[in-house]
Design a protein around this ligand. Structure first.
Ligand SMILES: Nc1ncnc2c1ncn2[C@@H]1O[C@H](COP(=O)(O)OP(=O)(O)OP(=O)(O)O)[C@@H](O)[C@H]1O
Length: 634
């Protein structure tokens, strides 16, 4: 019997309390996952010990056969999980089983609504780990000792999951961790051999560490009767216990791939797709990459977890090895096992090893190919795009070499569908280009409606030329790194001179020139009236319904990007717009006929309206309203 000393009662961090509460209620219908989570932790602990023992064999303390054991006692209503992995000391226990160290936890908890289904989904995305034990247990006891520490450095942790836990020092002969779940009355079904075995197979077949359960047999006498007192217990391995990625593809079922994903990615839901490759030759590695079905809560956190689980010759080295994939593929999860790195590689060494760059570039190609394949399934790809599209849009800026591949994977809204759903590829666009059209036209603005209803699109709509409607925050940044696709250049319809290429014939161009000439006087007067407010005034043929619009010179930073940078506190040199007037519009005709203050006010109103239509802000909105009201009541 162990005697506990130095007992200390501590409170859970507030976040843990909230999480426990919500988890117990929202995961009720999925409670068997506790076993997967605890086995997963035990297997990770074994992996960690194996890694640390690489240069210190003594840590095994003579017991190098790593394993997880599961026992139950149906009378007492307990299930016990035991591992001979790395174990924990007092500090570890308090930090790991009393707090949630993940960044963004508080943020995450704010999103929870109290609605069971929705919260279950969110909690799944967060990964509940150890605490999931409390879905089935009303008390949990953990006994553990860190490998290499003295026997009297054992720790016991007990809690009813209600806000407090107790830690105490104990004698513990063996290193590793033992977790005893005291099952709730209505969860006693789990203290059952058959139930536990089938759950282990369902969730943990792919884990390399053997998961063992005891089997007790009695000897029988000559008549076939069991002999009392002859019980012999053997520990049988219940799971397959081979690392999944080592097995040939043809022998791994879809369900096994999915179950493995949940283990590596700490996700509850299925992945969208995966790609499993063995490479021999110059580089030698096996990779198994997954595209998750949903975004982790920390996708946009600077220090959010990303990267693959790294193994060297099947020995686990580290989680979240982010050096093997570019940032714009940070949503990819999976495993990389290679012979090309040494077993004592560290994060620092990874940064210097030229082989890492090579593997990174190979994995990047694999990941992009996997997405290309996924794109054949429109529905699945749309789910992917809606979830991770804006991350992939960082690609062309980050990865110049793969720009073409990434461009093929992008999806946009477009005037072809006039829908906010981003589901049109550049290849689709090019296929629909009009005869004589040599550019891919796009517009960028804040929000879908601002793009869709922009006056700049009027001529394009009239002529039936498709325009991509870009309304994500990152879009202008993206477009500044994309110059062409399939040999066609991109053109921002709100910048520079309008050039529709051969879509316009010579007669049209000539007529436009003549109109511009006949309005030279008007242009001069407007320029004088607006003075410094504009850098130029022009007659345009971009517009059919609106009287005026503002455009920027071709290489100027766009309005949307300016607004983002200004909001981020950057001060930018002021840029004056070019005002373009629609010669066929009644208001422009009225302007032409006006003079004096009336002329000045109307010219100003047209400019202000054009800025508003662009999604911009007026320096003096009250003055605009005053002028407009004066005009309306005249
Ligand atoms: N059997 C174990 N042996 C050693 N350490 C453990 C064991 N179980 C849990 N831990 C420690 O406790 C920490 C917290 O575990 P927990 O399962 O809550 O979260 P996690 O495994 O880090 O992530 P996730 O929530 O995604 O599962 C682990 O990171 C590990 O350091």
């Amino acid at each position: 019997m162990t005697t506990a000393t130095h007992e200390e009662t501590l409170g859970f961090q507030t976040e843990v309390k909230q999480l426990l509460n919500l988890m117990i209620h929202s995961l009720y219908s999925n409670r068997e996952i506790f076993l997967r989570e605890l086995i997963s932790n035990a297997a990770d602990a074994c992996d960690k010990l194996r890694y640390q023992a690489l240069d210190n064999d003594a840590l095994y303390e003579g017991d190098s056969e790593l394993r997880v054991e599961i026992e139950h006692d149906s009378e007492a209503g307990t299930v016990t999980l035991r591992d001979n992995g790395i174990g924990m000391n007092r500090e570890d226990v308090i930090a790991n089983l009393g707090t949630i160290a993940k960044s963004g936890t508080a943020e995450f908890l704010k999103q929870l609504s109290g609605e069971q289904q929705k919260d279950a989904r969110l909690i799944g995305q967060f990964g509940v780990g150890f605490y999931s034990g409390f879905i089935v247990a009303d008390e949990i006891t953990v006994r553990t000792r860190k490998a290499g520490d003295a026997a009297d450095a054992g720790v016991e942790w007990r809690s009813k999951g209600e806000g407090e836990f107790v830690v105490a020092e104990i004698e513990r002969e063996k290193h590793g961790t033992e977790i005893i779940l005291h099952l709730k009355e209505d969860a006693r079904e789990f203290a059952d051999d058959y139930r536990l075995q089938s759950l282990v197979r369902k969730y943990s077949d792919h884990i390399e560490v053997p998961v063992k359960m005891p089997r007790t047999e009695k000897a029988t006498d000559d008549d076939g009767n069991e002999v009392d007192g002859s019980e012999v217990t053997t520990w049988e391995t219940v799971n397959e216990a081979t690392a999944l990625w080592v097995r040939p593809k043809s022998e791994v079922s879809e369900d096994e791939y999915k179950a493995f994903y949940k283990h590596v990615a700490h996700d509850f839901s299925d992945p969208l797709t995966w790609s499993h490759n063995k490479v021999e030759g110059n580089l030698e590695y096996t990779s198994l990459l997954y595209v998750p079905g949903r975004a982790p809560f920390d996708l946009y956190e600077r220090d959010g977890a990303r990267g693959v689980k790294l193994y060297v010759q099947r020995v686990f080295i580290m989680d979240d090895a982010e050096q093997f994939l570019p940032l714009y593929l940070r949503f990819i999860k999976g495993v990389l096992d290679t012979r090309d790195l040494s077993l004592n590689v560290s994060r620092e060494l990874l940064q210097q090893d030229p082989k890492v760059e090579k593997i990174k570039s190979a994995l990047t190609k694999r990941a992009l190919d996997m997405l290309k394949k996924l794109a054949k399934d429109k529905e699945a790809y749309q789910t992917f795009w809606n979830t991770f599209g804006s991350v992939l849009k960082e690609g062309p800026a980050e990865d110049y070499a793969n720009r073409d591949k990434i461009s093929g994977l992008l999806r946009f809204s477009s005037t072809h569908t006039d829908s906010a759903t981003q589901d049109q590829s550049l290849a689709d666009y090019v296929e629909r280009m009009k005869e004589g059209q040599d550019k891919i036209y796009y517009i960028v603005a804040d929000g879908f409606n601002a793009t869709k209803n922009s006056p700049h699109l009027e001529i394009f709509r009239k002529k039936g030329i498709e325009v991509l409607l870009l309304h994500d925050r990152i879009d202008e940044w993206l477009m500044s790194h994309l110059t062409e696709f399939d040999g066609k250049k991109f053109a921002d319809v709100a910048k520079g001179d309008l050039d529709l290429g051969d879509v316009e014939d010579e007669d049209e161009k000539k007529a436009q020139e003549e109109t511009a000439k006949s309005k030279e006087d008007l242009v001069k007067r407007v320029k004088e009236a607006l003075g410094e407010e504009v850098q130029e005034v022009k007659i345009t043929h971009r517009l059919t319904d609106s009287p005026a619009c503002v455009v920027l010179p071709e290489h100027e930073m766009g309005f949307q990007m300016r607004r983002i940078m200004e909001a981020a506190g950057q001060s930018l040199p002021e840029v004056k717009p070019i005002l373009e007037l629609n010669p066929d519009h009644a208001l422009v005709a009225r302007l032409e006929g006006a003079d004096g203050d009336g002329f000045g006010d109307l010219a100003r109103i047209l400019l202000d309206q054009a800025i508003i239509a662009e999604g911009g802000h007026l320096d003096d909105p009250a003055a605009y309203v005053k002028r407009l009201n004066a005009l309306l009541s005249a």
